[in-house]
Design a protein around this ligand. Structure first.
Ligand SMILES: [Zn+2]
Length: 442
């Protein structure tokens, strides 16, 4: 008995855990949480997935929200937490966002934008939320984002839609919005590379793709992003180059490929891009989660569809980041991170779920492959009033609280020590992601 007390005392003083984990947290869990949170708030974060920008900027994403979409509860405009975000960032004096009150916020932001010119406005937002740098996953970069703090992740999907897209666009109202924007994106890459029309030879089309990737990398791009799950199933076949070339030659100058032909061509291009990502040290980010729009097909975009690509030794030198961590299949998804070159990003999980549920996601990940998970917010300028600013704040705040709670439980349940918990927090919030880019970000 006395020995047990002494051991308990030693553990309490040194913060060492007992060797045997317990299934329930002890009564100390609240205290541990209160102790961890301020320390975790002090860790400067690297936001691995976000769409910063102003609401009237069309380049914030390579796609746009489809009309009349259903929003899950927490991501609706009337979420009262958004008023809390506005209060924390701008001193917003109201607790709701009624149109009369929202005007105060709009005026306040406009006033700040006048004072903080150039890149200072968005730099100041990062300062307020203690984010050192944030990925800007955008179609193109604007003048008002500081490239030192907002490294660019560009979109690579459009190379897969070079043919007549009549059938693709007519599939449903959501594709009616998305596919024309992919055509526009491809056109912009062609303009950038001074390519006036699709090359006649397939080899030249591949050369155009590679040149665009290389130039984007030179222009500050640190990774390529796919949101392909919005446009087609994420099950990728493995066609030969000759098959893709045959399809290209038949449709590059016109005509509508059959659905099967188009998919086969895309399967080849996707794998080509993945290989180029390895050669050019451009990690490959892939949207893996539910998506916006009522027609987003969950079963066809299941993260496990990608398993055959991720576990293919041919792609061992490509770094994959599973954006949104496969949510709501994050439990299966974490096992994909067994591959040395596969990482999971938690963005959107912290917005789709409330912190109490997101805490469980993080805990399960931290207990499985803690060195393979990275933080992101998926911030987005929803409208003039609720901007990227508020959504940054909500993402960061939700993550830091959920992370502190997950780690507090792990400590209290005897799984890890407090110093180890802080190491894991640093890795997840900053270090693990930064290491993927070989000194290009900090
Ligand atoms: Zn996103």
């Amino acid at each position: 008995m006395r020995l047990a007390i002494r051991i308990a005392f030693v553990f309490a003083v040194t913060g060492l855990c007992s060797a045997q984990a317990r299934p329930l947290p002890g009564p100390d869990v609240q205290q541990i949480y209160q102790r961890l949170l301020p320390q975790i708030e002090k860790i400067p974060a690297f936001d691995h997935h976000a769409h910063p920008g102003f609401a009237d900027d069309p380049d914030v994403d390579a796609m746009a929200a489809p009309p009349n979409l259903s929003e899950a509860l927490r991501t609706r405009d009337d979420n009262p937490e958004l008023a809390v975000a506005a209060k924390a960032l701008f001193g917003y004096p109201y607790s709701d966002l009624s149109p009369e009150h929202a005007k105060w916020l709009l005026d306040k932001k406009n006033e700040l934008k006048k004072q903080l010119t150039g890149t200072a406005y968005f730099d100041s937002i990062l300062d307020k939320i203690n984010t050192e740098s944030s990925v800007a996953n955008r179609a193109m970069m604007p003048e008002y984002l500081n490239p030192k703090r907002f490294p660019w992740v560009f979109f690579a999907d459009s190379f897969m839609w070079p043919f007549n897209n009549e059938r693709e666009t007519a599939r449903n109202p959501d594709e009616g919005v998305y596919i024309p924007l992919q055509e526009k994106m491809l056109h912009r890459w062609m303009q950038q590379e001074s390519v006036t029309k699709l090359p006649a030879a397939f080899a030249d089309y591949l050369k155009f793709i590679s040149q665009t990737l290389e130039d984007n990398s030179k222009r500050g791009g640190i990774a390529m992003k796919f949101e392909v799950a919005y446009f087609r199933p994420t099950t990728f076949g493995d066609p030969t180059r000759a098959q893709a070339e045959d399809i290209y030659q038949r449709y590059a100058s016109g005509g509508i490929p059959t659905e099967r032909e188009y998919r086969t061509f895309q399967d080849f291009i996707f794998r080509y891009l993945v290989l180029e990502g390895g050669r050019l040290h451009l990690p490959v980010h892939i949207h893996t989660a539910v998506g916006i729009g009522d027609y987003f097909n969950l079963s066809q975009s299941n993260i496990m569809n990608l398993e055959s690509v991720l576990r293919d030794p041919r792609y061992a030198s490509t770094t994959f980041v599973m954006i949104h961590g496969g949510y709501p299949l994050e439990r299966e998804a974490i096992w994909l991170a067994a591959m040395k070159n596969v990482y999971l990003d938690s963005s959107f999980g912290e917005l789709a779920q409330y912190p109490s549920a997101f805490k469980d996601t993080l805990k399960m990940w931290l207990e499985t492959f803690p060195d393979k998970i990275t933080f992101g917010t998926d911030c987005f300028p929803y409208n003039q009033v609720l901007g990227a600013e508020e959504s940054y704040w909500l993402g960061v705040q939700s993550t830091r609280t959920a992370l502190s709670a997950a780690l507090a439980e792990m400590i209290s349940e005897g799984e890890i020590t407090e110093p180890r918990a802080l190491e894991l927090a640093h890795a997840y919030l900053h270090d693990t992601a930064v290491k993927l880019y070989g000194g290009r970000v900090h």
